[in-house]
Design a protein. Structure first.
Ligand SMILES: Nc1ncnc2c1ncn2[C@@H]1O[C@H](COP(=O)(O)OP(=O)(O)OP(=O)(O)O)[C@@H](O)[C@H]1O
Ligand SMILES: Nc1ncnc2c1ncn2[C@@H]1O[C@H](COP(=O)(O)OP(=O)(O)O)[C@@H](O)[C@H]1O
Ligand code: SF4
Ligand code: SF4
Ligand SMILES: [Mg+2]
Ligand SMILES: [Mg+2]
Lengths: 341, 339
């Protein structure tokens, strides 16, 4: 990411979230799960950062820790709030957090469980407007009607309950609620993973339209590397709590500098039977984050590992401006991009 | 010997629920060649899993097979046997499940018993179908885990399902499914719950084992990428019906049915990032309780022909060797020429 990018919306620096591990009858603390371990990135206005990595690598924990839904173990999260200016969310008091949360919202993977089944759409989408004393009564109804229209749902549906809607429609309800306070920034955690292919495209289009219309910035978390490529301006790859590579989307997919990124790209099932793939053989499984390997966490699975990899942890280094990778051999290896397999 | 291992003809499996009849599978015909790989592609709820369950006669009330035939040519390789005619609880069918036709599912945790070790569960399947001693069954179980490329099989065999990762559990399921060397493996979204790296490993494993053991696979998925990697032939389902059937190359090179085409256009193609929006299919899959008249895809179809598609029901017909479509665009007198 260009460091001189016209102001950032969000600057995450050295963010850490460790969960204590306890053992024995006395539940003694015996160590930590480093769910998020020293991650940094910046999201400029109106841009999307994609966050990818295998299940359990810390994506959701990062999202919740940024929102201060979890207490960070360390680091700073500077949010450039429209009203309040720069705020460090990691240290902000309750009042400030309440104010800031108007401008940052979250969309979840499972629209089913994130919507209260006993609330109508009016209640669900109107709730943030009531909490922040922005609208009530007839004005509230008007605002909710407009929000429903924005996400492609009929205002007449306002008095219905979520169970009357399909998965894709429920995701739209969640998006309408997130939009209610006209936020600057939205974290979307696997927003399309539970949706059908044909509904996924509608939802991605909607998120892009809303980004243009409301100048939104997104942190977009997903497993699906095709979806992430499509929606993101920049992409960060996480492995066992750390960001191992970060670059603009084009570079990351076509000129990766970290062997783990290469392995991810080579694993994507391609919807083209003519492609005869030569996969990078990635061995084994994600290590236990409570007991990660020595040196480079990826070394037991890495086809390029050498002796040093088991001993020394590679630092995250800039390769060209805006492209960072944490591999001892990042500048020496010539790795394959998504179309080279 | 009959060239096909399994032939499904006009299968109808309906659910008689309080809210009405759900025609989950409504006139499906499929053929699986010996050692072949047939993919069943479709969005959720279109009847893929119910088709798989119907073959094994695992459909439970209020579901019922109300029509059609499922002929299996694995034991009687000339005349075949009619699976719909067997009693679902009969010994014949129980011998068939597992030994002849095995199935693996999306979420291996639901089909593994948390109270028994991995080894006990694989051994149970082996002892049920094969006349071997316990010691021999354990040896086969170990071999199967090894075949499934399980890391440290001798250790895993004594572990319990919750101690394993999702990918390892799916390897256990594969080891169990293959332990009796079935002729047909039904794989119902076996990698949908897995990470992309684990998915790639499991898909590769399944391809290798298919070559090695010569079994046929019915591969069920909603993922166009996965189907392209796994299937030789594909049937595309929509609302309980097969709307297009073809070999894999021709399906991807020249998709014919408007639904298949729309599906292929709606996914982002990795490595070909283009600015702008995706071509989404309008609307959503209707409920199986209120299937649209005529062509079930007509409310969402961009090529919809008024007074034809909403009135008459198209039938699956071959438009060129090995490629069939169910759409009026390809019928004389109904489609582009006729309407
Ligand atoms: N409350 C908690 N206590 C202890 N460990 C936790 C807790 N929450 C998460 N973890 C651990 O932190 C790590 C990261 O989990 P997280 O949910 O952030 O992963 P993720 O990348 O979002 O995965 P997925 O792709 O499956 O959603 C995991 O090892 C998880 O087990
Ligand atoms: N036990 C059941 N009772 C009623 N309807 C069912 C039952 N099982 C499946 N169905 C319906 O049958 C249809 C097809 O389901 P299924 O085969 O599971 O779809 P998929 O293609 O996602 O595998 C769906 O409409 C589903 O709701
Ligand atoms: S540091 Fe070594 S083990 Fe780690 S990614 Fe680079 S080559 Fe592989
Ligand atoms: S029959 Fe008509 S509505 Fe159905 S897919 Fe063909 S053109 Fe579309
Ligand atoms: Mg998560
Ligand atoms: Mg299913």
């Amino acid at each position: 990411m260009a460091p001189d990018a016209a102001k950032a919306v969000l600057e995450v620096q050295n963010l850490k979230k460790y969960y204590p591990l306890s053992a024995g009858l006395l539940r003694r603390e015996v160590g930590y799960v480093k769910a998020v371990d020293d991650i940094s990135f910046t999201i400029p206005p109106r841009k999307t950062l994609g966050l990818v990595g295998e299940s359990g690598c810390g994506k959701t924990t990062a999202a919740h820790t940024i929102m201060r839904g979890r207490e960070p173990t360390g680091g700073t999260v500077i949010f450039h709030d429209r009203q309040l200016g720069a705020v460090d969310l990691a240290k902000a008091d309750k009042d400030t957090l309440f104010q800031v949360r108007r401008n940052m919202q979250m969309i979840f993977q499972d629209p089913q469980s994130s919507l209260n089944p006993r609330m109508t759409l009016l209640d669900i989408i109107g709730e943030p407007l009531i909490i922040y004393k922005i609208a009530k009564g007839a004005e509230l109804v008007d605002r909710v009607a407009l929000l429903l229209q924005h996400v492609g749902l009929r205002p007449e549906y306002m008095r219905r309950f979520p169970h009357a809607f399909s998965g894709g429609q429920r995701q739209r309800i969640g998006i309408a609620r997130a939009l209610a306070l006209n936020p600057q920034f939205i974290i979307a955690d696997e927003p399309t993973s539970a949706l059908d292919v044909s509904i996924q495209a509608q939802t991605l289009n909607l998120l892009q339209d809303l980004q243009d219309e409301f100048s939104l910035s997104y942190l977009f978390i997903a497993h699906d590397l095709s979806v992430v490529e499509h929606i993101s301006d920049f992409v960060a790859v996480m492995y066992v709590g750390k960001i191992v590579e970060r670059a603009d989307t084009e570079r990351l997919y076509h000129r990766p500098k970290h062997p783990y990124t290469e392995a991810l790209l080579s694993s994507i099932p391609r919807p083209d039977p003519a492609i005869q793939k030569r996969r990078v053989p990635i061995r084994g499984e994600l290590p236990n984050p409570a007991n990660p390997p020595t040196g480079c966490y990826f070394h037991p699975r890495c086809p390029y590992a050498e002796a040093i990899c088991a001993e020394e942890e590679p630092p995250l280094e800039e390769i060209v401006p805006g492209h960072v990778a944490a591999c001892h051999f990042a500048d020496r290896l010539s790795l394959r991009g998504v179309n080279d397999f | 010997m009959h060239p096909n291992l399994l032939e499904i003809t006009d299968l109808k499996t309906h659910f008689f629920t309080e809210g009405g009849v759900v025609p989950a599978v409504d006139g499906v015909s499929l053929q699986i060649r010996r050692g072949g790989a047939l993919g069943l592609l479709g969005e959720s709820g279109c009847g893929k899993s119910v088709t798989g369950f119907s073959i094994l006669r695992l459909v439970r009330p209020p579901g019922e097979i109300v029509g059609g035939a499922i002929r299996y040519y694995g034991r009687d390789t000339i005349n075949g046997e009619e699976l719909t005619a067997l009693d679902a609880r009969s010994e014949e069918l129980r011998q068939l499940r597992g030994a002849e036709i095995a199935m693996i599912f999306q979420e291996p945790m639901t089909s593994l018993d948390p109270l028994f070790s991995v080894g006990d569960q694989i051994m149970e399947a082996i002892l049920y179908h094969q006349d071997v001693s316990k010691a021999e069954a354990r040896k086969i179980a170990l071999e199967m885990l090894d075949k499934a490329r399980m890391p440290q099989p001798a250790q895993v065999i004594n572990q319990y399902p919750h101690q394993l990762s999702g990918g390892m559990r799916q390897r256990v399921m594969i080891a169990m499914a293959l332990s009796c060397e079935p002729q047909l493996l039904i794989a119902d979204e076996p990698t949908t719950a897995l990470d992309v790296t684990t998915e790639a490993q499991i898909l590769e494993l399944m391809r290798e084992l298919q070559d090695e053991l010569g079994m046929a696979i019915l591969f069920i998925t909603h993922d166009l990428g996965v189907i392209a990697e796994m299937a030789e032939e594909v049937a595309v389902m929509y609302l309980g019906k097969v709307v297009e059937r073809s070999d894999i190359q021709s399906l991807f090179a020249e998709p014919q049915h408007p639904y298949t085409r729309a599906l292929m256009q709606s996914i982002p193609k990795v490595g070909q990032k283009a600015p702008g929006r995706l071509e989404a299919i309008r609307g959503m899959v209707p409920s199986q309780r209120s299937i649209p008249s005529g062509c079930p895809f007509h409310p969402r179809c961009a090529s919809f022909i008024a007074d034809v598609c909403d009135v008459k029901t198209p039938r699956l017909r071959e438009i060129k060797p090995g490629h069939s479509v169910s759409c009026f665009l390809y019928e004389d007198g109904g489609g582009i020429n006729g309407a």
